[in-house]
Design a protein around this ligand. Structure first.
Ligand SMILES: [Fe+2]
Ligand SMILES: [Fe+2]
Length: 144
């Protein structure tokens, strides 16, 4: 497995949770459980990805701006998660913020899978792509 396959696998977990989350309603256990699960996935994934994907790209001139942009988007995602935590779960505002989060994350995943994966594929060799996958999945496993 290479780093792209490992990341894509977890992106699909996020997409699935986001789809389910926006189908929930009110102050229910389903909504609260899904939100907690998603929050955990997004947080650990962003940390694992920053360590084992973005950070090794920072020294590359070609990738530096892209890596910074990706990390900035992780912060924007964090802010939306915080906003959701501060919103009453049974208010209509909650679903609106959840939908904003869904759009933001989906856009970010698209960006990573299309432009970012392609560009960084020229920086890492095959062996490095596998080593990064091992480190990335070990981090995910340890923190899930
Ligand atoms: Fe990301
Ligand atoms: Fe990602």
């Amino acid at each position: 497995m290479n780093i792209y396959e490992a990341i894509r696998h977890d992106h699909d977990i996020q997409r699935n949770l986001l789809d389910k989350l926006v189908e929930t309603s009110g102050d229910t256990k389903t909504r609260s459980d899904l939100f907690k699960e998603l929050r955990k996935e997004l947080t650990i994934h962003a940390n694992a990805e920053e360590r084992h994907f973005y950070k090794p790209l920072i020294p590359s001139d070609m990738m530096q701006d892209h890596a910074r942009h990706g990390i900035a988007e992780h912060h924007e995602i964090d802010e939306l998660i915080e906003k959701l935590e501060e919103t009453e779960m049974d208010s209509s505002a909650w679903l609106k913020v959840a939908k904003d989060l869904k759009h933001k994350v989906e856009h970010h995943l698209e960006d990573e899978e299309h432009s970012f994966f392609q560009l960084s594929g020229k920086v890492f060799n095959d062996k490095e792509k596998e080593t990064l996958a091992t480190k990335y999945t070990a981090y995910m496993k340890a923190h899930r």
